[in-house]
Design a binder for this molecule. Structure first.
Ligand SMILES: [Zn+2]
Length: 410
């Protein structure tokens, strides 16, 4: 009997790269087993043996092919030239991990009595080198993406979110929910100037005590979208807001804040909002926008207090947002959408409400806003009549009885 030994497979190490799914090369058919899927994985350079066109590829966690494989695929290779086999693999994107690839070459039909299966294994390491330029082993370093708009850094762990402060002008994409509970007191990222795409995922359990308590500090020329913030406490002296104090041309889109507390203590002046607070209204670079955002389960306190932003005109415009407020208290001005100088269009607020909030704006007006009763929040027509997009942006959640953002449906 002949053995299909080393000649059956030629697997080249150190050539494993991220590629989009479905990237099978010419002459290769990959059928992943057991319903396993992942939108990233590994590329495996492969040259078939002339004795077989049918292979099983298996990837195991660790340095040996022991136990159950993480992923298994039947692979047909009909090209004699070197090919690339893509396998989805949900590997850790926060740092190096070792896997073992096992390739089994199957005997051609009719030759079962003459030959037997050949097997080759090789170990490899994923996410071995940071892609952000930081040294290997740097806490929170990024291992996916280049930070360019078309190839953002992947943010997967609390340490990686914290690491954003070292790459302030870059594009980032969160790829799963992240709890910041590992930080006793998370220090706000200062002066973010990049693009942060939450990917429809959530940051939770942030506990931030600072003069200006927020996630993104003083963003300018920045974009923050598709990010939820939940179960967090922002305890500021002068300022408290989830996304920060906007210094001009900041766009926050398709974000929510849920079950969070915002407190700014300073007297007589402090500024509090669920999304932004204390936005700069003096520079020429105003034009901050908050679009399609909501805050629900909100407890908020300060001098100038807004359910979305502490102030509007000259600083920040709120467009197509809504709030549902549990508790609001203000020593100077408080409104369900904006604390003072409202600049809003098509924003919804609850009236009457158990928090006793009387106006959308703390200046005692409702400019650019529409009031709904709690029950009316479940009526989609109340929103579509104000131009809200329920085809691509919003979805009415029947159990919650209010709109939610589609980007968070996974
Ligand atoms: Zn780095």
């Amino acid at each position: 009997m002949k053995k299909l030994m080393g000649t059956v497979v030629a697997v080249l190490g150190a050539l494993l790269v991220l590629v989009p799914s479905g990237a099978a090369g010419d002459g290769v058919t990959v059928t992943v087993q057991d319903g396993y899927s992942c939108d990233y994985g590994v590329n495996i350079p492969f040259t078939r043996t002339g004795r077989s066109d049918s292979y099983t590829f298996e990837i195991y966690a660790g340095e040996t092919a022991a136990g159950a494989p993480e992923v298994r695929a039947e692979v047909e290779v009909h090209a004699d030239s070197p090919v690339t086999v893509f396998l989805p693999l949900r590997y850790d994107v926060t740092g190096p991990s070792t896997h073992t690839l096992k390739v089994t070459a199957h005997v051609l039909p009719g030759r079962e009595g003459l030959e037997r299966e050949g097997v080759k294994t090789i170990s490899f390491v994923t996410a071995s080198t940071p892609t952000c330029g930081c040294a290997a082993g740097t806490a929170g370093a990024f291992y996916m993406g280049t930070g360019a708009a078309a190839d953002p850094y992947w943010i997967s762990s609390p340490q990686q979110f914290d690491h954003v402060r070292l790459h302030l002008g870059k594009s980032c994409q969160q790829v799963n929910d992240i709890s910041l509970a590992v930080f006793d007191n998370f220090s706000p990222i200062p002066s973010f100037t990049g693009s942060y795409d939450g990917g429809g995922y959530v940051i939770s359990e942030a506990n931030i005590t600072a003069n200006a308590a927020s996630l993104f500090g003083n963003p300018v020329n920045a974009q923050i979208e598709n990010l939820g913030v939940r179960d967090s406490v922002f305890h500021g002296q002068r300022l408290a807001a989830a996304m920060g104090t906007f210094y001009g041309k900041v766009v926050v889109r398709n974000c929510f804040v849920e079950d969070c507390t915002f407190i700014a203590e300073s007297t007589p002046y402090s500024y509090t909002g669920s999304i932004s607070a204390g936005d700069d209204n003096t520079s020429d670079n105003k034009l901050n926008r908050i679009e399609n955002c909501y805050a629900a389960g909100l407890t908020i306190r300060g001098a100038y207090v807004g359910g979305i932003s502490s102030e509007g005109n000259g600083g920040t415009k709120s467009i197509g947002c809504y709030t549902l407020i549990d508790s609001l208290s203000s020593t100077l001005k408080g409104g369900a959408i904006t604390g003072y100088d409202i600049n809003a269009s098509a924003c919804a607020w609850e009236y009457p409400n158990s928090a006793g909030v009387q106006y959308a704006c703390g200046d005692k007006n409702n400019n650019g806003c529409f009031a709904l009763t709690g029950a009316e929040f479940a009526d989609q027509s109340k929103f579509t009549s104000q131009g809200w997009d329920f085809d691509t942006v919003w979805r009415m959640d029947g159990s919650l009885g209010r709109p939610v953002l589609r980007v968070f449906d996974h």
